[in-house]
Design a protein around this ligand. Structure first.
Ligand code: AMP
Length: 175
């Protein structure tokens, strides 16, 4: 499974800047069998766990996150970059290689009784997802699972997500 799916992902060297090997999932998304396979796999990992909300991270986490929410019979909640959400919200900043970044969620998007699945396309250093988990916990919900299509395990992003049930479908263990 890992290798068949890997064949559908395009690696683009030095994008968006030198030294980054960008994993382009558009080549997988346009393949109807590939798209269906990853959605089924992600859904199988998360089903029967009582998930009430799927939180997707801007922007590529919206694609499979939205589809997953429908398949799981859950609601969908976007976590967005600053300035995009129109109503009352909370923010969390996190550290990047150079500087910091911030993400936001609507205050009323998640309720204390919610069982949440967080989803993004790719786990690199884990900073983005760690911040997203903090937002969900600030709103009092329980994090049931954190899932990714792709994991770059050589960057050790899981260290930032200790204590959560972290799943990924495709792993790259070296650069
Ligand atoms: P991080 O916070 O370091 O785990 O970065 C994760 C976020 O950055 C995800 O939303 C990814 O979409 C994006 N990202 C980081 N590295 C890559 C990469 N090599 N290829 C594609 N997207 C990446």
């Amino acid at each position: 499974m890992n290798q068949e799916l890997k064949n559908l992902i395009r690696s683009v060297p030095d994008f968006p800047k030198k030294g980054i090997d960008f994993k382009d999932i558009t080549t997988l998304l346009k393949d109807k069998n590939g798209l269906n396979d990853v959605l089924e796999e992600l859904c199988n990992l998360a089903k029967n766990k009582g998930i009430t909300k799927v939180v997707g991270i801007e922007s590529r986490g919206f694609i499979l996150g939205g589809a997953l929410a429908v398949k799981l019979g859950a609601g969908f909640v976007p976590v967005r970059k600053p300035g995009k959400l129109p109503a009352a919200k909370i923010s969390e900043s996190y550290i990047l290689e150079y500087g910091t970044d911030e993400i936001e969620i609507h205050k009323d998007a998640i309720l204390p009784g919610d069982n949440v699945l967080l989803h993004d396309d790719l786990l690199a250093t884990g900073g983005t997802m760690q911040a997203a988990c903090k937002l969900v916990e600030k709103l009092g919900a329980r994090i049931v699972q954190v899932s990714f299509l792709i994991e770059l395990s050589f960057l050790n992003g899981r260290e930032k997500l200790q204590g959560y049930d972290v799943k990924s479908l495709i792993n790259y263990d070296n650069e």
